[in-house]
Design a binder for this molecule. Structure first.
Ligand code: PLP
Length: 449
């Protein structure tokens, strides 16, 4: 850790006095004052250092303070910090080119937003205008962002408070073999039955009323459920059959997280629209966007697209994206995620599952893994109930506290811990994190039957 200016106590006092935090009861939170961060680590003002197995909110795909990206931001700030969106600006043009080069199929036009939620808002608007249809289908166990339409599409409890404005959104069940809604005993059954359920939902909602189906390619916050073989291809077919726009949300899964540039590449599926954010520039400056297929771009060829934002393609954010993508290519970050996912994280987590009765399932790919923690492996009863708070969540709180005592900052959501380190984490860092997880899981084991 490096010395830092200011004191943690003052930073925290001003935070508690004036900062209103996301998704929180303001009087019940205790944010850690952070003094600095570099690579896969951050530290507090007391010099306690943590290995960050959360990548922030799964966005620092190249770790903190990558010198080349920091330099690119500084250079852009020195030459053109900002400019209005209607002009052609070098950083924006280059970011769009580099992204379009990597997106699957003919997703060659890029509409830039400030983050993931507004990317989803625009993708849905484009789909509605393109089809002239009102409804959007999305999955339970999903997260698409905190703005009105994006949170309505979300399939977790964060949606509930905002459901009054959810007109046109219909939820369905996507595959999740470990907790199958379809009584499936094999992945083949899960795929077939989930597709049958989706097609029935389409039939009963009225195919002619549905503008889009939106899915996270691999649902992230909801539990990193890698879809079984054939599912996404099957959804693609249903979309083609009924003239529905297929939107893949790659805000979390994109830009190297899965060991591919985009998770869609794992499945050989090309959506009509793809949303991105987070990893596009490792979150160094807010940026998101929608990658648009030729067909949908054509809809807005002669007819104006009725949407925009002041900071669409902000030069500072785009310069950070250009530098990030170039760093990822030069340093083999995507390959690192794939290789160490296969050789270190996957086998390491499987070994933990052998030793710890609290681990019900290990699933994931690349640097995108979840451990499903359970009270009972036989019944698969979750370690804490769905959406548990307070005392009911004590086992997960104890697990997370133990991880922190061992120098690991863990991602904990409901009854799961996600292992989502930077995509350029080293083998030694990953092994250090796995050892800390090993110790923390011993605490979770105390709550098993
Ligand atoms: N979509 C997915 C899949 C996400 O994981 C997130 C954020 O976690 C969002 C959308 C929303 O992105 P943002 O928080 O940048 O608005």
């Amino acid at each position: 850790p490096q010395p830092s200016s200011g004191t943690g106590a003052a930073v925290k006092a001003a935070d508690r006095a004036h900062v209103f935090h996301s998704w929180s009861a303001q009087d019940l939170i205790d944010p850690l004052p952070v003094a600095g961060a570099e690579g896969s680590y951050f530290w507090d003002y007391d010099g306690t250092r943590y290995l960050d197995f959360t990548s922030g909110l799964v966005f620092t795909n190249i770790g903190y303070q990558h010198p080349k990206v920091v330099a690119a931001i500084q250079e852009q700030a020195a030459t053109m910090t900002t400019f209005a969106p209607a002009f052609a600006v070098e950083a924006r043009s280059e970011a769009a080119r580099l992204i379009a080069e990597r997106t699957p199929g003919d997703l060659d036009k890029i509409f830039f937003t400030n983050g993931g939620a507004d990317a989803v808002e625009h993708a849905v608007r484009m789909a509605r205008l393109h089809t002239g249809r009102p409804k959007v289908l999305s999955a339970y166990r999903s997260y698409h962002g905190g703005t009105q339409q994006a949170v309505n599409l979300t399939g977790d409890p964060r949606r509930w408070a905002s459901d009054s404005g959810s007109a046109g959104v219909v939820h369905f069940w996507a595959p999740f073999p470990y907790r199958s809604r379809f009584y499936a005993e094999t992945e083949e059954q899960e795929t077939a039955r989930a597709l049958e359920h989706l097609e029935t939902t389409i039939a009963f909602e009225g195919p002619g009323t549905i503008a889009a189906i939106i899915l996270e390619t691999i649902p992230g916050t909801a539990g990193i459920m890698v879809p079984p073989p054939g599912y996404l291809a099957g959804v693609r077919e249903l979309c083609d059959k009924y003239g529905i726009v297929f939107v893949l949300d790659e805000v979390m899964a994109g830009f190297g997280r899965t060991g591919e540039w985009f998770a869609a590449d794992l499945f050989g599926v090309v959506p009509d629209l793809m949303t991105f954010a987070k990893g596009v520039n490792s979150g160094y400056v807010p940026l998101g966007g929608v990658a648009i297929s030729g067909k949908i771009a054509e809809t807005f060829g002669k007819r104006p697209y009725p949407g925009g934002l002041t900071y669409s393609g902000h030069p500072l954010a785009c310069a950070a994206a250009v530098a990030t993508i170039n760093v990822m290519a030069e340093e083999g970050v995507v390959e690192n995620a794939r290789r160490l996912g296969e050789t270190v994280v996957g086998p390491g987590l499987a070994a933990l599952a052998e030793r710890h009765p609290s681990v019900g399932e290990v699933r994931g790919v690349g640097m995108f893994w979840a451990l499903e923690l359970v009270r009972d492996r036989e019944t698969r009863e979750p370690l804490v109930p769905y959406n548990a708070a307070g005392e009911a969540n004590a086992p997960m709180a104890a697990f997370a506290a133990a991880a922190k005592r061992h120098g690991l900052w863990p991602f904990a959501n409901m009854n799961r811990t996600h292992v989502v380190p930077p995509c350029n984490a080293s083998e030694a860092e990953l092994k250090e994190g796995l050892a800390a997880l090993d110790a923390a899981l011993t605490v979770a084991d105390e709550y098993t039957v």
